[in-house]
Design a protein around this ligand. Structure first.
Ligand code: EPZ
Length: 422
């Protein structure tokens, strides 16, 4: 397993290009199952999760061609020869459940393994299943698989989500495009990735209104055609690199960054003493006057502060002036980066879903271990600001969601290198 060595060495300056959004691409790719014509995605990120989704779609009989070093994906699923999403692939990546809705909507049957839990929480899929049942799907759980049928096709229905779920909204939205009649999704997720999916589905001929709000209305159509769609910028990669000059000084321009993707996050940066300036090519970020102030953060569904930026924000708060309280309201176990940051000299008290961080003058480099995707990058951010050398092990977590992280940070002055493990 590879490791990454980071040596704290002062301010970073320059430009970092932000890639297409992993969490948009992982729902846009299954959308190809809704049509028998090709769907082309541009600005696709080069990540291991995208490779896993490619492997899953190919296992169903879809064709996936990668062009321009993987930045363009041309997918076609005119003749699926398998409607079973196997446990071996699904357990590697929970987003695999997103093939269920489209496959069921177009072909009337699908068998998908339950994804199982993951490091940050149990992460059930009950809301995905309830939404499809509300559209007339007949579901049966057998030996860890969901067997789904819709013999006469799905019917438009009223779906009331008891809590906001990004994935369940995506599954229901895709399924509803081919259901007979009108579907209304209440308490739907409002993330930019939902809007991006709706934009793509509209290009394919779907009739969707209200995406980006809590109520999405879909008028089912008989079929969807092919399309070409650019994947939206990755707001979590964006927020992550915006924290680099915040945590170690300097000034970075995140190319392709947009304020509307990171509104609540920018409000917290402003309160912490970090300036964010919109430029013609992205977002320019720097400290306002040298030091960073502690701020409190509570994670919420969009447009609130994103849970996927909580670990990275904690790294910044470890060296801020004062004490900050971070509340993780989305997942039940998303503070696994805290013990690793404590190894670097951070002062963090974790009680249930609340972490209290008291800023210290300087962190000290140390060997630390990545536990999940966002925790891994928070350790790299901490290492950029720490005194001495930090060795982050198990960086395969990083490869799931950040393309070329060493190259991008090296290009703006970071002392960082990847060493291959046994
Ligand atoms: C998506 O996961 C993202 N993944 C996550 O990003 C992100 O953290 C999460 O949304 C929240 O924003 C992708 O888009 C591939 P949810 P998802 O359904 O859809 C509970 C990353 O780092 N829930 O919005 O799985 C669930 O347990 C990843 O890129 C149910 O109870 O998240 C959680 O507590 C991590 N039943 C809450 O809802 C369900 O059926 C929100 O989960 C579904 C979810």
């Amino acid at each position: 397993m590879d490791s990454i060595i980071v040596t704290g060495n002062g301010p970073l300056n320059g430009q970092i290009p932000i890639a297409g959004a992993k969490n948009a691409c992982l729902t846009l790719m299954p959308a190809t199952l809704l049509s028998d014509e090709p769907l082309t995605l541009t600005n696709a990120p080069r990540l291991s999760d995208i490779k896993t989704m490619t492997e899953l779609l190919r296992s169903l009989g879809a064709e996936v061609t990668q062009l321009q070093d993987g930045q363009v994906l041309v997918m076609s699923s005119h003749a699926l020869n398998n409607h079973v999403a196997d446990y071996d692939i699904v357990r590697k990546m929970r987003a695999s459940i997103l093939v269920l809705g489209p496959m069921l909507a177009r072909d009337g049957h699908a068998v998908v393994s339950l994804p199982g839990g993951c490091a940050i929480g149990a992460r059930p899929v009950d809301l995905h299943l309830k939404a499809l049942e509300a559209m007339g799907a007949e579901l049966e759980l057998k030996e860890g698989y969901v067997h789904a049928k819709a013999p006469g096709g799905l019917k438009g229905g009223n779906v009331d989500f008891p809590l906001v779920s990004v994935g369940a909204t995506e599954n229901a939205l895709m399924a509803a495009t081919l259901a007979k009649g009108t579907t209304v999704l209440n308490n739907a997720a409002r993330e930019p990735e939902i809007v991006d999916l709706a934009d793509c589905l509209r290009r394919m001929g779907a009739q969707i209104d209200g995406d980006g709000t809590s109520t999405i209305t879909i008028q089912g159509v008989d079929r969807l055609n092919g399309a070409t769609h650019p994947v939206v910028t990755d707001r979590i990669e964006l927020g992550t690199y915006m924290l680099a000059p915040a945590i170690c000084g300097g000034e970075l321009e995140c190319l392709g960054g947009r304020i509307d993707l990171v509104g609540a996050f920018c409000e917290k940066l402003d309160a912490a003493g970090i300036s964010v300036e919109e430029t013609k090519t992205g977002l320019k970020v720097a400290r306002k006057n040298g030091h960073v102030r502690a701020v409190d953060v509570t994670t919420e569904p969009f447009p609130g502060f994103p849970t996927d930026l909580q670990a990275q924000m904690m790294a910044l708060m470890c060296t801020a002036q004062g004490t900050s309280v971070l509340e993780e309201k989305i997942f039940e176990n998303r503070f696994m980066h805290a013990p690793e940051l404590i190894r670097m000299g951070a002062k963090i008290d974790v009680h249930g879903g609340t972490a209290t961080v008291t800023g210290v003058e300087r962190l000290k480099g140390a060997p630390v271990m990545a536990t999940d995707l966002r925790a891994s990058v928070s350790l790299i951010l901490a290492g950029l600001a720490a005194e001495g050398e930090t060795i982050v092990s198990r960086v395969y977590h990083l490869d799931r969601g950040y393309e070329h992280v060493v190259r991008k940070l090296e290009s703006v002055g970071a002392r960082i290198e990847r060493i291959s493990g046994q």
